[in-house]
Every structure is written in C-alpha cells, then in structure tokens.
Design a binder for this molecule. Structure first.
Ligand SMILES: C[S@@+](CC[C@H](N)C(=O)[O-])C[C@H]1O[C@@H](n2cnc3c(N)ncnc32)[C@H](O)[C@@H]1O
Length: 195
C-alpha cells in the first residue's frame, strides 16, 4: 500500500507523504486524532490504519466539513470506529487522556470549495498543537501540513514551524519536507516523533 501511494505522484504531495510516514507507526487498535477533518481523506486513512478495534477522534469547526467527512467515512465502511466533533481543535485535551494517542494529523488552511473565511488561525493552531503534544504517547507521531499561499497562511506556517523547532529542543525528532522551485508558495509537511 505504501509503495502504491508513493507511485501516485513523485515527489509525493505533503498530504500523501504524511499518510505514508504515519502508516509505518500506527498499529491496529490504536487511538488517533484527525485535528482538521475537512473532506475526510485523512480521517478515512486513519480509520483504515487503526482497524476495527481502534478509534479515530475527528474535529472540524465547519458543519459542511463534518458532513462531508462523515459521508466519506460511511462510504468506506468505517463509521463504527470514528467519532466526530464539530468543535475547534483547541478542545483536543478535553477528549483524550495524556499519553494515550499514537498519531495526530493537522492539515491546515481552508476546506476546498467551501467558505475560505473558515480557515485555521495560528493563535488557535498553536493552542491545539500544545494539546496534541501532551496527548501523544512515547513512540507516537504528529504531522502538520502547512500552506502559506492564502491570507494569514504565511504567519501561521511560520508560527507552526517555530513551534516545531522548540519541540525538537524538548527531545522530539522533527523534520520538514516540501517542493522546491514552485511558482507559488508550496505546502510543506512538518513531522515530529516523540521519544
Ligand atoms: C485543508 S482542510 C482539511 C482537509 C482534510 N484533512 C481532508 O483530508 O480532507 C482544513 C480544515 O480545517 C478546518 N478548521 C479551521 N479551523 C479549525 C479549528 N479551529 N478546529 C478544527 N478544524 C478547523 C476547516 O474547517 C477545514 O475543513
């Protein structure tokens, strides 16, 4: 599956690469979080990875996103293992115990085709990242796809990259991946492994 995912586009998009890297770390029965459910592509990936005994907690502030993600999860046959919250990811810590989550995915920005005014904001994203770092168990992984091409995106991407650099100083292993030489600012993936 991993090789097939990588064949789709070379070099892979940051969103694809996040899934490929996380698929190596997530095991059946794990509890994981999709912090920005959107159209549910990552939610379905996570639900597949954790298997029937696992659990995905999926967050989005937008009702259109929750409806779209729920539909995609239902069509994939994974409704039994996904719990949706129409809430900000700033509330993550209210929904899981510290050190119990093996992966958290963030895909920042706005929902394609929907209201571009509903967009992740650095002030909330940093609060959510602090919460996510506390929930992730040893050996767990955090992935963030950042976009800088929309208003506010550059500030957010910069703040998130700075936050990830600080995480490295706390013992996490952190890396950045993205395309070079693009005409417009390219999205990039930040990934951090704990312990
Ligand atoms: C790029 S989309 C996510 C795409 C999604 N990962 C997928 O696989 O389809 C970003 C999403 O973040 C959501 N969002 C914005 N602010 C949020 C917040 N504070 N908490 C949770 N989700 C938020 C938007 O509504 C949007 O659906």
């Amino acid at each position: 599956m991993t090789a097939g995912m990588l064949k789709a586009t070379m070099p892979p998009r940051p969103t694809t690469l996040a899934q490929v890297l996380l698929s190596e770390r997530i095991e059946k029965g794990d509890r994981v979080i999709d912090a920005t459910a959107g159209n549910g592509y990552d939610t379905v990936f996570l639900a597949d990875a954790v298997g029937q005994a696992g659990r995905v907690l999926a967050f989005d502030v937008q009702s259109a996103a929750i409806a779209s993600a729920e539909e995609r999860v239902k069509n994939a046959g994974f409704s039994d293992r996904v719990e949706f919250f129409q809430k900000s990811h700033t509330t993550l810590a209210e929904h899981a115990e510290p050190g119990t989550i093996s992966a958290v995915m963030f895909n920042l920005g706005y929902l394609p085709g929907e209201d571009h005014g509903v967009v992740t904001k650095s002030s909330e994203t940093i609060v959510a990242l602090d919460a996510a770092a506390g929930l992730i168990r040893d050996g767990g992984v955090l992935s963030i796809v950042c976009y800088s091409g929309h208003p506010g995106g550059d500030d957010e991407a910069g703040a998130v990259e700075k936050w990830m650099t600080l995480l490295a100083s706390r013992g996490w292993r952190v890396a950045k991946y993205g395309a070079l030489g693009t005409k417009r600012p390219a999205p990039f993936l930040l990934i951090a492994a704990k312990g």
